[in-house]
Write a protein that binds this ligand. Structure first.
Ligand SMILES: Cc1cc2nc3c(=O)[nH]c(=O)nc-3n(C[C@H](O)[C@H](O)[C@H](O)COP(=O)(O)OP(=O)(O)OC[C@H]3O[C@@H](n4cnc5c(N)ncnc54)[C@H](O)[C@@H]3O)c2cc1C
Length: 518
């Protein structure tokens, strides 16, 4: 019997396998397609996801695909040859808060790098071109029927746990009757992925995206992919304008692309197209005994927030260490319930943030239709604030409310992502975040003897920071950033979130029952 089977070899399924491997847990990934995607849906990789890629040793590989930073903006324009209104900058300085930063990397590139990494990992078994056709579970296991599409052979497999990262139309969600709540249709779109040389229109104003305002193409967008002269054009279907699914033949797609460029001569090579429905839906439960929903299977976020893939990757980062502790008999099964309670709150916040941006788009298009340029420009300013929000990216706190309108302030309160500080050991500089990966870590000043003694009983690593400590606190900001005195201590979970903190020597460990019982 397998320990964990992961259904879906998209960004979330592959991340789940890597996260489990980081915890020493073997997994099998089942994916129905023969390869990772060839369609770049997501491109906004947020700072927290880049931090996770860094902890998996993938930061540099991912960065080779990122767009140059001067292109991190969205240009509002009539058409590619028409009047330009404004450029909404999408750059924000992460350096005070993180050893890395957000990046614009197309989803197909992200998936390919995750796949390459997973493929080299002896703890990960990848079975592509294999479809899960049925699943059941009992008290001990989940049982699957899978179809190998190369051989057309069916096989039955079982695992102690299933992570269903099988996307927005999750069949696992259906099999186990999990309901979703929210809005199921905020518009249907066609993504047209094509290759074309637009240098003469864009070279002088590199932009991650162009948003079109000319009435007959209003709402269409053109998203660029680094280095390939490849572009993704998005069009909202609209019966009134005779833009229905049937109309989008390959020829129509090519003509539509020429229309937004306003150049009938441009050579457009269609690579593929995809229809998708914008929704804002969250599953009522993420756990059905031994089955866990993750990524789009658990929540469908409007892409207007740029959070879908990021939220999914962070879901499985939250789940993997919990599964590892339970599989290793170091924690009780009830720990697995915290996956839903912690992650659903983040999905809700990210969903409402994304809906608010979808509404902002509506405001923009209504204002344009009325030629109300004041409202149009105000809404765009507001959009810059939306895009450049570090708080939603790094500031989410498990188990407590946080104000999305506030400025991000790093904090080591319980549930928060432990803050980044630069640390030094001999000639090696690391981020405090590099300490948190596959085990609990107690961080404290070398003088915090009480906690070092107490925690020597726990299955955790103790790291002292300060003069004479394991690491020198390069910028002398560790104690302040972590909100502790020289006698205090912070226990950080394997996912980098704070499990426990005592500001001085007088804290108590009672809140900590599941780990102390292990
Ligand atoms: C236009 C657009 C722009 C976006 N921009 C962003 C962005 O900037 N940032 C962001 O974070 N997100 C963005 N998103 C959202 C992002 O694309 C999704 O959230 C992401 O793909 C979800 O990943 P996933 O692994 O959960 O699901 P998927 O990517 O859908 O992967 C699921 C996988 O499961 C496989 N599968 C399904 N059923 C079975 C089965 N029975 N057997 C075997 N395999 C199966 C599928 O083949 C698929 O490969 C955007 C989406 C769109 C449409």
């Amino acid at each position: 019997m397998h320990k964990v089977i992961i259904l879906g070899g998209g960004p979330v399924g592959l991340s789940a396998a890597i996260c489990l491997a980081q915890q020493g847990v073997e997994s099998l990934v089942i994916e129905k397609h023969p390869t990772t995607t060839n369609h770049p849906k997501a491109r906004g990789v947020n700072g927290r996801s880049m931090e996770l890629f860094r902890s998996w040793g993938l930061e540099d590989q991912m960065k080779q695909y990122q767009m140059p930073r001067e292109a991190y903006r969205f240009t509002w324009i009539e058409d590619l040859q028409g009047k330009e209104f404004t450029r909404v900058q999408a750059t924000v300085d992460y350096s005070p808060y993180s050893p890395t930063e957000n990046a614009i990397i197309a989803q197909d590139d992200v998936e390919r790098e995750l796949f390459k990494n997973a493929q080299c990992n002896p703890l990960i078994d990848l079975r592509f071109n294999t479809e899960m056709v049925h699943a059941t579970q009992d008290d001990e296991k989940v049982t699957f029927e899978i179809l190998n599409k190369d051989t057309n052979q069916k096989e039955t497999l079982s695992a102690r746990y299933l992570i269903a990262a099988d996307g927005a139309n999750s069949s696992v969600r259906e099999i186990f009757n999990v309901e979703m709540e929210g809005m199921d249709n905020l518009g249907v779109f066609c993504n047209i992925y094509c290759e074309m040389n637009l240098d003469k229109y864009v070279e002088h104003r590199p932009s991650a995206g162009f948003m079109f305002t000319r009435p007959d193409v209003r709402g269409a967008f053109l998203l660029s992919k680094k280095g390939h002269r490849r572009w993704l054009v998005g069009v909202r279907l609209d019966e009134e304008q005779n833009l229905t699914e049937e109309v989008f033949t390959d020829d129509f797609c090519v003509d539509y692309v020429k229309k937004i460029i306003n150049d009938p001569e441009v050579d457009v090579r269609l690579i593929n197209k995809a229809f998708w429905t914008m929704a804002a839906l969250i599953a009522k439960q993420y756990r059905i005994d031994r089955v866990f929903l993750a990524g789009d299977a658990a929540h469908r976020l409007p892409p207007t927030g740029g959070f879908g893939m990021n939220t999914g990757i962070q879901d499985v980062h939250n789940l993997a260490w919990k599964l590892a502790l339970v599989l290793n008999n170091q924690a009780d099964e009830s720990l697995l319930d915290t996956y839903f309670t912690e992650r659903v709150q983040i999905a809700k916040t990210n969903t409402s943030w994304s809906i608010s941006n979808a509404k902002r788009f509506e405001t923009i298009f209504v204002a344009l239709a009325k030629n109300d340029l004041i409202t149009f420009e105000e809404a765009l300013k507001d959009q810059a604030h939306h895009i450049n929000n570090i708080l939603l990216d790094l500031g989410f706190v498990y188990g407590s409310e946080y104000q999305t309108e506030k400025r991000y302030q790093p904090s080591a309160e319980v549930g928060a992502r432990a803050p980044h500080c630069w640390l030094q050991k001999k000639n090696v500089r690391i981020s405090s975040l590099d300490l948190y990966n596959n085990q609990f870590v107690l961080v404290c000043h070398p003088d915090a003897h009480t906690w070092q003694d107490q925690f020597s009983q726990f299955p955790c690593k103790i790291v002292t920071i300060g003069e004479q400590g394991d690491y020198v606190d390069t910028n002398h900001n560790f104690l302040e950033a972590y909100g502790i005195s020289k006698q205090g201590a912070v226990l950080v979970r394997p996912d980098g979130h704070v499990a426990w903190r005592s500001t001085d020597e007088n804290g108590d460990l009672a809140s900590f029952s599941w780990l102390s019982s292990s």
